[in-house]
Design a binder for this molecule. Structure first.
Ligand SMILES: Nc1ncnc2c1ncn2[C@@H]1O[C@H](COP(=O)(O)OP(=O)(O)OP(=O)(O)O)[C@@H](O)[C@H]1O
Ligand SMILES: [Mg+2]
Length: 266
């Protein structure tokens, strides 16, 4: 099962990724969660202890490693460097494991829409492609805002791209943009998760406004989420309402919602 979680800034991508990762880990599955945020926070959401977090750093910021593998210093453009550096050893070497979830921080490169090809973007692209080809039991990608790193491999191997939205028109606008980018590369297995939903009106609003994105489920707005953050406890442990909603979403994904859409769309 390979899942990519996307959506507008602050909608709850990291919260959902952490919840799903722990749901699968507690089912005894082997989970690899990848944080692709330039300022990573999945480790915190998963409740990784400080000593483990201290061992993590984003691959995109490992200048020496990038130079060693690509043949050029990060930040340089125009020189020669390899577009497919060796990355197969990175997931094991740089990830840490806690409560059944293996976490890797990939980091991110600002491509600035220029289609820039630099050593660090070559490294990340190769890494994502490699992750998608690997035979992990469960792979979860916390994609932060865009879908820039998503190429052919995503289309072929991602079982579901989950677009997280809040019950606001703004986050729906971003969802529509993501949908368009995804469809442009041929990815059709897109699903919506509504977060911070306070009542049935808001849930119905989301359903009504996204007829072309099947809804996997809703996570309720819950003050326990902020409290969990303040106390440094995973939302999974502290907010039963969100844990149960995430379990339901995982059930739907297991039932094959991630494939049904493709089949009906095809
Ligand atoms: N269901 C919820 N109820 C209440 N607050 C929530 C809920 N889900 C997320 N939040 C809060 O919203 C904020 C953003 O959540 P989160 O970090 O998961 O979003 P994100 O999409 O990963 O953000 P970013 O784009 O910055 O990576 C956090 O402060 C979190 O505590
Ligand atoms: Mg995030």
């Amino acid at each position: 099962m390979k899942l990519a979680v996307t959506g507008k800034g602050g909608v709850g991508k990291t919260t959902l990724t952490a919840l799903l990762a722990q749901v699968y880990a507690d089912q005894g599955r082997e989970v690899l969660a990848v944080d692709a945020d330039p300022s990573p926070c999945l480790a915190g959401a998963l409740g990784f202890p400080d000593e483990l977090r201290g061992q993590l750093s984003p691959i995109a910021e490992m200048d020496e490693l990038i130079e060693e593998r690509t043949g050029a210093k990060p930040g340089t453009t125009g020189g020669f460097f390899t577009l497919n550096p060796r990355v197969d050893d990175l997931p094991e070497r740089f990830s840490v494991l806690h409560r059944g979830v293996r976490l890797l921080e990939a980091g991110s490169v600002d491509l600035g829409g220029s289609g820039c090809i630099c050593p660090e973007s070559a490294m990340l692209k190769t890494l994502f492609t490699h992750l998608l080809f690997r035979q992990d039991d469960v792979l979860l990608l916390d994609m932060y805002a865009g879908v820039e790193h998503l190429g052919r491999a995503t289309v072929d191997f991602v079982d579901a791209m989950i677009v997280v939205v809040e019950p606001t028109r703004r986050s729906l606008g971003t969802a529509a943009q993501i949908r368009k980018l995804a469809l442009d590369i041929g990815l059709e297995r897109l699903f919506l998760v509504g977060n911070k939903v306070r009542n049935t009106d808001e849930a119905q609003f989301l359903e009504a406004e996204t007829p072309d994105l099947p809804v996997l489920g809703f996570l309720p707005a819950d003050l326990l989420v902020q409290e969990a953050d303040r106390l440094g406890i995973p939302v999974y442990d502290h907010a039963p309402s969100l844990r149960e909603s995430a379990q339901e979403i995982a059930r739907k994904l297991a039932e094959g919602s991630g494939r049904t859409h493709q089949d009906t769309a095809g």
